[in-house]
Design a protein around this ligand. Structure first.
Ligand SMILES: [Zn+2]
Length: 234
């Protein structure tokens, strides 16, 4: 712990809050908006059906939270998650990489390209943190907390904890991949976690797929909520 002295001679500390201090403070809430980027909107390289329909709702949520984190999928051009990086392979096939099974995707969210920019109407200026993920060429990261190798940490858990956050609400694109992975890891990191259903959209809207998702969230202690329970509808 680093101690410094002010001119008044009082000791100050930059240490994170202890669990007791956080509990006493009641804990803070944060909103995590996952990957609301052009390539995941209709017309984008990896469009999520209805992805653009959530933006107004997400913006209302953003306005209602003091701490907002935006994640962005941000890949090198030769990223291992791209089918184009594996000769003879097509998008949506699965390959085995060092860390396990990887779904192959069309080239998307290449760092610095228009497709990787946040949706134009997203209230991105309100974000306290923009966290880019999937930047390592040989490793994907659906989760905003832990990359696909399940070892490489993004630093998000520490950032939230340092700010006294104990509860997170997760929304964005796509519900069945990056939103779900981020929410599950948030719960595993000890945050009280809820997915905001109407501020998210899945790639696969098949009822069976959604049922499996809800089962997973239940096992992992992830709750669900609608935006109208958090902020007033327009
Ligand atoms: Zn990606």
């Amino acid at each position: 712990m680093t101690m410094t002295r002010t001119s008044a001679g009082r000791a100050q500390t930059a240490a994170p809050l202890t669990d007791d201090e956080k509990a006493a403070a009641g804990g803070a809430r944060a909103l995590i908006v996952v990957d609301v980027q052009n390539d995941f909107l209709p017309g984008g390289a990896l469009a999520v059906p209805g992805g653009d329909e959530i933006i107004d709702t997400v913006n209302r949520l953003i306005a209602g939270f003091e701490t907002v984190v935006l994640t962005a999928d941000w890949h090198p051009a030769e990223h291992a998650s791209f089918a184009a990086s594996h000769p003879g392979r097509r998008p949506f096939e699965t390959v085995r990489l060092d860390y396990g099974e990887q779904v192959l995707w069309p080239v998307h969210c290449v760092a610095g390209t228009p497709g990787a920019q946040f949706a134009r109407m997203l209230a991105a200026d309100a974000a306290a943190l923009i966290l880019r993920k999937g930047m390592h060429v040989s490793c994907d990261s659906y989760s905003g907390f832990l990359e696909a190798d399940r070892r490489t940490r993004t630093g998000l858990a520490g950032w939230l904890s340092d700010r006294g956050v104990t509860e997170v609400f997760v929304c964005g694109l796509a519900l069945d991949f990056c939103v779900s992975a981020t929410a599950v890891d948030a719960a595993r990191e000890g945050f009280r976690t809820q997915v905001v259903l109407d501020a998210s959209r899945p790639i696969n809207a098949d009822p069976e797929s959604l049922r499996r998702l809800e089962e997973l969230w239940q096992e992992e202690g992830v709750g669900t909520v609608f935006s109208t329970e958090l902020v007033h509808a327009a």
